[in-house]
Design a protein around this ligand. Structure first.
Ligand SMILES: C[S@@+](CC[C@H](N)C(=O)[O-])C[C@H]1O[C@@H](n2cnc3c(N)ncnc32)[C@H](O)[C@@H]1O
Length: 344
């Protein structure tokens, strides 16, 4: 029997009316969310309502504490508690399940990880220095830390794959890819976007380029793509595959400050033939102060890396300084846009 899914909008009647109160309590909500995600409570609610006692019996947790934490998250629209004290997943709550397409669980486990919490604790210092709180907390840059901690690296790669899977199809559909040729995805992670592009465009071949440990865990196997791709591990500051007809940089430039973006773009430009195209896939901030959801991602970049989200004019400037001409900016329906550039 399927359970009706209450809409989040009808659930917030107990929420504080004060944005200051909500902001001050934000870390409590994030910690409660992480705890519920780690204990896979949403999976246990997948097939219908359960009381905290019933959930505690299958998870070994404390029933009273669990009830109180679920009640808090109900005020955020993830669950509804019915008159019998049973909790029902809302539409948003279903995104916490591990077994649904587009699951947000890997992203939640990454962004509530201590790496991001300690980096966020450093924002006060970042306001003084402009430097990421991450480096101050861990004594090294973010990607260096991932390179030395395989379990964190796995959490990161899984989250990137899951976050990307929600938008890969939109991107593969939003751009008029050529019918034949080779697509090179630089910093392409485990290859989720490349897989989607090759599956949607059977005349294309692909090269997945990323750090060796990341491409080693690629997602390109499957006989529908057999013989149409290969991987290459390397450092995009110094090398990029040659011979491509279309190059991609998705959610890569926002990780880096301008001078590093110029090094990456210049390396990629050197590998490209004139007139070939480069697609940047990143959020594009409005230049006029209009609020944009990527403002939060911009602070993630500020506190963990030295990166930033950018406006179209800022991307155009980086492109012009590294041998490209911006041709067009295409919306995708997701938070990211596609910026199409031509090697000049
Ligand atoms: C934010 S992730 C984006 C991954 C993928 N394009 C996506 O959208 O899901 C940035 C990627 O850059 C890769 N990366 C970081 N430093 C790199 C380097 N020096 N050379 C090559 N890849 C690098 C990381 O391994 C990671 O896969």
């Amino acid at each position: 029997m399927s359970t009706p899914r209450p809409e989040a909008a009808e659930l917030n009647s107990h929420r504080s009316a004060s944005p200051l109160h909500d902001l001050a309590y934000g870390h409590i909500h994030a910690s409660a969310l992480r705890a519920i995600a780690r204990h896979r409570i949403a999976d246990h609610l997948a097939h219908g309502p359960r009381t905290a006692h019933a959930l505690a019996a299958v998870t070994g947790l404390d029933a009273t504490a669990l009830h109180r934490v679920l009640r808090l998250l109900a005020t955020c629209g993830l669950f509804v508690e019915d008159a019998d004290g049973a909790f029902v997943l809302t539409e948003a709550g279903h995104g916490l399940r591990s077994d649904v397409a587009g699951s947000q669980l890997p992203g939640i486990l990454l962004f509530t990880d201590e790496m991001f919490r300690r980096a966020a604790d450093g924002i006060e210092g970042t306001l003084r220095t402009g430097e990421p709180g991450f480096d101050a907390a861990y004594g090294m840059p973010f990607f260096d830390h991932l390179a030395t901690t395989p379990d964190k690296s796995r959490v990161f790669d899984e989250a990137m794959t899951a976050l990307s899977s929600g938008v890969d199809e939109a991107i593969a559909d939003a751009y008029a890819f050529p019918e034949s040729g080779t697509v090179v995805d630089i910093g392409g992670g485990r290859g989720g976007l490349l897989r989607q592009i090759l599956a949607t465009h059977p005349g294309l071949n692909g090269i997945l380029f990323d750090q060796p440990r990341t491409v080693a865990d690629h997602l390109l196997d499957g006989h529908d793509l057999a013989g149409r791709w290969h991987t290459q591990g390397g450092d995009f500051f110094t090398t990029a595959p040659t011979g491509g007809d279309l190059y991609l940089l998705k959610n890569v430039l926002h990780d880096w400050p301008d001078d590093d973006c110029l090094r990456i773009l210049t390396t990629v430009r050197r590998a490209m033939r004139p007139a070939t195209r480069l697609l940047l896939v990143d959020a594009v901030l409005p230049g006029d102060g209009t609020p944009h959801p990527a403002a939060a991602l911009d602070i993630v970049m500020l506190m963990t890396l030295k990166g930033r989200e950018r406006t179209a004019a800022e991307f155009e400037d980086l492109l012009a300084r590294s041998g490209f001409r911006l041709r067009q900016v295409l919306p995708t329906g997701a938070m990211s846009s596609i910026l199409e550039a031509e090697a000049i």
